[in-house]
Design a protein around this ligand. Structure first.
Ligand code: ACM
Ligand code: ZN
Length: 616
């Protein structure tokens, strides 16, 4: 009997030990999810005595290692001694961080953490950079703090990671024309991209509503073209204007500085100069670039599409060639974005020059004229050793021979381009449009449309199933679009972009099949990191989304959902605040007109987000 009791106690103890070990072996929560991650027992502690051995004395690799020290200095209050041009393997298992060239693919890295040290293997500086981004996410979230955190043990859980991206192009766009954003904000934007292993910043620089990049040969573009005299208030259709001039532009020196800043973080900046449409700001400065059908051209003060577009005449091409000369000189990017979207044909239809040109060239219509326009510019840009990328509409009237397509009008353009063996970046509206609502429009700030919820964005598969395996190879990546009609401030941009951009970053990086539960579990940890960085992201992750079937008459059928894993939704129908004892949402239910659904999410009896309500 006594023996039995001992056996029982021993078994309980063993179980307790096993459970603790299991708890300790919680998988690191990394966003985007690495290709392979094996958690092993134990941890390695980084303190001020840990040396970093780098196998070569390459300045780019050392600068990249410097990002580890920069963050440690900020949050931990110390930095590590970096010893270069040494054989790191001599110092294996000596409690050091080793950084060694293992001839991996350009952006790939291996990260091996044991109780005796950390080994980073790379093939280029990008691999070192991404290993460090992952290392930050293995450390306590306090590593993302902006000031020194006392009393934190900088433990890294032991694990073995082998990682490389699914796509070479992982992009994030920012429209700096509809609203202007200054360089310090753009640097922060790029920092956040880089943290998520996003490697292309698509910089939208020209629009109907403002021209934002200095062109030395045409100073009027920024002296005058940066300005619009006022801006529509609220919705594009409000008819109300704020009466305040809006402007701002980037000097070439500022652009150069930003390009270097981004490159150090392995982000390539792709500039976008819009042709032939969305060009009213330039035309307001140089009306001779238009079809000349109007007496007066002025930078647009509301959002939308405008019929005043570049007229395909020799002086326009001279102007555009001069502009692209300076752009190509400034930006080392292999890809140059030429816009190409939303070019109305009304002016070309009325313009005697355009009509004569169509006849002279034997073109069928204005769509073929647009194609001819783009192809002529493509030839010019190709001759300078660069490639063009444009929005879907460059397919109209025939795709330029070497053009890449950024597919935004759903997936059709991307599919067509891939079938024609042109490379494609998938940035479909509304799935990857971060300017769309990310919650109930009734309780969210004004946005472009939608909603496009986090889950919708996460679950989108960027390689269309209709493509053959051969055609699929032409999908080179993904991009999240941030159009800023309704984002007048940096704070609003961050609110709209994050955390949904985490889902797009993961689509670009991670090959593993979609796993919503796994993603939300990792994301919840990750949001703690974004909190430390002071990112003003949308917090709907912890709020119920209340929806109803719009195509039924009353009674309406209400559905609710919540992103936070393991949370339950409780609700009331009498307007009172829900508590942990309120009705539990389990399945769709009917409500009558004039009823109000009030809901909140709970975990372990505690409310985790805000109370949301919807009137019917
Ligand atoms: C676009 O959204 N007009 C590309
Ligand atoms: Zn014309």
């Amino acid at each position: 009997m006594i023996l039995k009791k001992y056996i029982f106690v021993a078994a309980v103890l063993l179980l307790a030990v096993a459970c603790t070990a299991k708890q300790e072996l919680r998988e690191p929560q990394v966003v985007p999810q690495p290709a392979s991650l094996q958690r092993t027992e134990g941890s390695f502690r980084i303190d001020r005595k840990v040396p970093v051995y780098v196998d070569i004395a390459d300045s780019a690799i050392l600068r990249t290692v410097g990002f580890l020290n920069e963050r440690l200095q900020k949050a931990a209050g110390f930095s590590l001694k970096v010893i270069s041009n040494d054989d790191p393997l001599h110092h294996r298992d000596e409690g050091a961080i080793l950084v060694l060239d293992a001839g991996l693919m350009k952006e790939a890295y291996n990260l091996d953490v044991t109780p005796k040290g950390i080994v980073i293997e790379y093939g280029s500086g990008a691999g070192v950079f991404y290993a460090i981004q992952t290392l930050f996410q293995l450390l306590p979230e306090a590593i993302f703090a902006e000031s020194v955190q006392r009393g934190v043990r900088w433990e890294v859980p032991c694990c073995s990671i082998e990682d490389s991206p699914r796509f070479p192009y992982r992009g994030m766009h920012l429209d700096c024309c509809l609203h202007f954003f200054d360089i310090p904000f753009l640097k922060r934007y790029i920092d956040l991209m880089a943290l998520h292993k996003v490697n292309r910043f698509h910089w939208h620089l020209t629009e109907d509503q403002g021209w934002r990049i200095e062109i030395k040969k045409y100073p009027l573009l920024t002296e005058k073209g940066q300005w619009r005299k006022e801006t529509v208030v609220g919705s594009l259709y409000s008819g109300i204007y704020d009466g305040k001039p809006h402007g701002g532009f980037y000097t070439q020196e500022e652009a150069r500085d930003l390009i270097k800043y981004a490159a150090e973080r392995y982000v390539t900046i792709i500039p976008e100069i819009e042709i032939p449409g969305h060009s009213l700001a330039a035309i307001s400065c140089y009306p001779e670039l238009s079809c000349g059908l109007e007496d007066h051209y002025e930078t647009a003060t509301r959002w939308g599409i405008f019929k005043q577009v570049y007229c395909p005449k020799e002086e326009t091409f001279k102007f555009l060639e001069d502009v692209f000369d300076e752009i190509i000189e400034l930006f080392p990017s292999e890809l140059i974005h030429i816009g190409g979207d939303e070019c109305p044909k009304a002016s070309w239809k009325k313009c005697p020059h355009c009509q004569a040109l169509i006849r002279k060239l034997g073109l069928k219509d204005e769509y073929e004229l647009q194609s001819w326009f783009i192809q002529r510019m493509e030839k010019y840009i190709n001759a300078k050793g660069r490639q063009i990328i444009g929005w879907d509409e460059i397919l109209e009237g025939g795709l330029a021979p070497n053009a890449k397509v950024m597919s935004w009008l759903g997936e059709e353009g991307g599919i067509k381009a891939a079938q024609q063996h042109h490379e494609v970046v998938m940035s479909p509206y509304p799935k990857y449009y971060l300017d769309y609502w990310q919650g109930d429009p009734d309780s969210e700030p004004l946005a472009m449309g939608g909603p496009t919820l986090l889950r919708t964005m996460y679950e989108y598969e960027p390689v269309p199933a209709v493509l053959t395996p051969e055609e699929r190879r032409y999908i080179i990546g993904v991009e999240g679009c941030v159009w800023t009609e309704y984002m007048p401030t940096p704070a609003r941009v961050e609110y709209m972009a994050w955390p949904r951009m985490c889902a797009i970053a993961e689509a670009g990086w991670t090959r593993a099949p979609k796993d919503w539960e796994g993603f939300t579990s990792r994301l919840e940890t990750h949001l703690g990191r974004l909190d430390r960085l002071g990112v003003g992201y949308c917090r709907n992750f912890w709020n119920p989304f209340i929806d109803f079937h719009k195509d039924t008459e009353y009674s309406k059928v209400v559905t609710m959902s919540i992103d936070a894993p393991g949370a339950e939704i409780r609700y009331t129908l009498d307007g009172s605040a829900p508590t942990a004892a309120s009705l539990l949402y389990e399945e769709p239910f009917a409500v009558n007109r004039q009823q109000r659904v009030t809901a909140a999410a709970f975990r372990n009896g505690r409310m985790i987000g805000d109370i949301k309500y919807k009137d019917f």
